[in-house]
Write a protein that binds this ligand. Structure first.
Ligand SMILES: [Zn+2]
Length: 57
């Protein structure tokens, strides 16, 4: 039984809305993946989970 070609849903890059590349899904490129990672890190830094411990010296 031959495998029927499955229509794959087209993923769009959440950063620039271009069609995602296979290697960097769901992003269109390594660059956009880095942008997304940067955003995520920025957001997590923006939310203070706990105040930094003060070291007594
Ligand atoms: Zn992109």
């Amino acid at each position: 039984m031959p495998d029927a070609p499955r229509p794959r849903p087209v993923l769009r890059c959440p950063i620039c809305r271009r069609v995602a590349a296979e290697a960097t899904r769901p992003f269109c490129s390594e660059r956009c993946a880095q942008v997304d990672l940067g955003r995520w890190l920025t957001e997590s830094y923006a939310i203070p989970a706990a105040p930094p411990e003060q070291t007594e010296d």
